[in-house]
Design a protein around this ligand. Structure first.
Ligand code: SAH
Length: 226
């Protein structure tokens, strides 16, 4: 039953990729990305009481008002990053740890920042239990990025930002790719692909409308903390 549901999830992603190709210009995702989606057990990342929905193509609540993203969106964002085996990727918004696990199948090292300490701890514990040795999770505010390991070959933000955080642009390697939903909290957001060319200039492509939980923290929160 599990194997069948997983197959169905992969087929649904493939169909969605074709259906949205006019917006994304990506009718087919990289076979390596699809393989990663096949290998990472999404059922390990959802709450036990939602196990029967683990392979549905929808977001699911993971506690603390947060969600594990829809599989098709995870696939699309991963594909947009064009991950390569020798790369280092920064993720903002660890959540359940699912997206980090997908990336860890595809690149050398993943750093993932989560603003809610309980979620960061839970994800770190789960990822290490599943054997992922190339993911480091830390509690922190993604607006500042993770300067110690910069520059990154790719940065993926899985919460909706109101603007492009400058620290993330700065921490992206020339030639690198940043995938981020930008827009108004709980309202319309656009999934953006930002490519930093070798001269450091940015090129933005607008993919499609998405609905992410908001990126919290930022300048105001930091000020309040002081
Ligand atoms: N990638 C996750 C989905 C996460 S939902 C997964 O695969 O399950 C978005 C996550 O971003 C939430 O856990 C939320 O707490 C976190 N988040 C929100 N604002 C953040 C910020 N400023 N810095 C880091 N994480 C943030």
């Amino acid at each position: 039953m599990r194997a069948i549901r997983l197959r169905e999830m992969l087929h649904t992603i493939e169909r969605s990729a074709k259906r949205t190709a006019s917006l994304t210009s990506r009718p087919i995702f990289d076979p390596r990305v699809m393989e990663a989606l096949e290998q990472v057990p999404r059922d390990a990342f959802v709450p036990p009481e939602l196990l029967d929905q683990a392979f549905d193509n929808g977001p699911l609540p993971i506690g603390q008002g947060q969600t594990i993203s829809q599989p098709y969106i995870v696939a699309l964002m991963t594909d947009l990053l064009e991950p390569q085996p020798a790369q280092t990727i920064l993720e903002i918004g660890t959540g359940s740890g699912y997206q980090a696990a997908i990336l860890a199948q595809l690149v050398q090292q993943v750093y993932s920042l989560e603003i809610i300490p309980t979620l960061a701890a839970q994800a770190a514990e789960l990822l290490s239990r599943l054997g992922y040795a190339n993911i480091e999770v830390r509690t922190g505010d993604g607006h500042s990025g993770w300067p110690e390991h910069a520059p990154y070959d790719g940065i993926i933000v899985t919460a909706a930002a109101t603007h492009l955080p400058q620290a993330l642009i700065d921490q992206l390697r020339p030639g690198g790719r940043l995938v981020i939903p930008v827009g108004r909290p709980y309202l319309s957001q656009e999934l953006l692909l930002i490519e930093k060319d070798p001269r450091g200039e940015l090129h933005t492509s607008d993919m499609l409308g998405v609905a992410f939980v908001p990126m919290t923290g930022g300048v105001h929160a930091r000020r309040n903390n002081h």
